[in-house]
Design a binder for this molecule. Sequence first.
Ligand code: HPA
Length: 250
Amino acid sequence: MTRIAIIGGTGLDELVSLQDVHAEEIVTPYGKPSAPLSTGNIEGHEVIFLPRHGESHNVAPHNINYRANLWALKQQGVTHVVAVNAVGGITDCMSPEKLVFPNQIIDYTYSRQHTFSDENADSVMHIDFTNPYSKLIRGVLRSVAVEMGLDFTGEAVYGAAQGPRLETAAEINRMQQDGCDIVGMTGMPEASLARELDIEYACCALVVNWAAGKGDDGYITMDIINKHIQYGMVSASKLIAKALPELLKL
Ligand code: HPA
């Protein structure tokens, strides 16, 4: 049976359209997830919601217990995850408020608990990660975004940075030379942990600023980011609500 979860990022700490919500505290062998899992429905379609930065947005990207989050979702029978991530735009077409469904990742993070293949595992897992994101989920997000007339890009390389600080202009230039189109702090190890648990996983990224050195301003302020989050997350939420019935058919 298909069971969908949404992992909310910055700007999506709550799914306002979620109805009949039942929140459950879960403890996993890896500790507690970022928040209780909220199960509810959007227009009658069941979905589980988990805000990765916590209910009051107090968990920094490097402190998120990604393993507990994914394990808890798996424990609840989740088969498919749509992860919402705020990102910076690097390449020219990645302008603020654009939705992006990346197809590749480059991981620049470090010192995060990034695998279930640790000292407690029976054997070492070498998952295939050639294509890190679910083609099926991306296909649904793309076709619903077309139907809704949203401004989106259906292919991109997500550069996962360590944070919580933003990058230097030189770091962004290096990421661009590596082939990154967008930069965020929470894409990894979430995606690979989902793959380790055999969960179909895709990212719905929202560009909330030009990455360091890419905008006209010469610097990035929280005011700029918040402004684009406010408008952009409305589109992201509407997209998810509309995609849900299609995702449940996967
Ligand atoms: N860099 C890294 N993460 C981000 C950014 C950025 O510019 N914007 C939103 N998340």
